[in-house]
Design a protein around this ligand. Sequence first.
Ligand code: NAP
Length: 265
Amino acid sequence: MEPGGELELARHHAVVTGGGRGIGAAIAESLAKLGASVSLISRNAEALEATASRIGENHGVKVAIAAADLTDQAAVQKAIPKVADALGPPTILVNNAGVAVSSPFLRSDTAFWRKLLDTDLMAAVYCTQAVLPAMLESNWGRIINIASTAGLSGYAYITAYCAAKHALIGLTRALAMETVRTGVTVNAVCPGYTETDMTTHSVENIMQKTHRTREEAISSLVSRNPQGRLIQPSEVADTVAWLSRDNAASITGQCIVVAGGELMP
Ligand code: NAP
């Protein structure tokens, strides 16, 4: 709480891509808890509406939604102005929307590579291009890219996902330097396996391909984390909220790993 009783992010408008469910919904909730108005953008309008009304009711903040496929640059160029008209120019952008699909390298065709790179890298590029000019004009901004431990290390059977997330971290570091004296910070958050639909699909994929039970499949993922557990979406979300605060102004170009000690970059 700021002097005068105002919540710390009360004057801010945060855009969270993929904010209808999973980590994105938890991020939107954490930012709303600090008083930010939030916009949720992804393809599924029904999920966006349900999450938006829950956040609005729980936290009393304004919430806008825009349904868009973020791999389509023209759709991004409509969605960002739509939410900016509703809630003002975005001051915080969380590039969270993503897709993780595994495939052995020699069975991954060009369409597969394009889908992963378009969703996990280019969507963040398009959204950042759309919000950065107004951030630079106001001398304040937070761009937070949800990468992954797969952005910092290699894992078998996810070459395209690893390549896209490594590239997202490269984007983070280079843009952080390009904006270093502007009041805009650019950081990445790198979760390990987190309890969302994405991990449920990974578990089902392991069960199908290796004939293991659900428990065995979950424990093969959990065994990567020295704490022996899945990360909770709220843990990733609170890291994003911390990076969004005024007092995080000197943190830029960083990758914050939220993975129970799995990596120590
Ligand atoms: P999730 O439950 O599968 O949610 C993915 C989100 O991305 C959904 O909101 C989805 O919304 C959105 N999305 C996907 N493709 C999109 C597109 N083309 N256009 C617009 N929105 C799109 O996944 P999650 O676990 O919350 O993951 C969120 C982020 O964290 C991802 O970037 C992921 O790579 C990263 N991450 C996750 C884990 C994990 O273990 N779960 C670990 C490390 C990093 P719609 O379906 O409505 O479009």
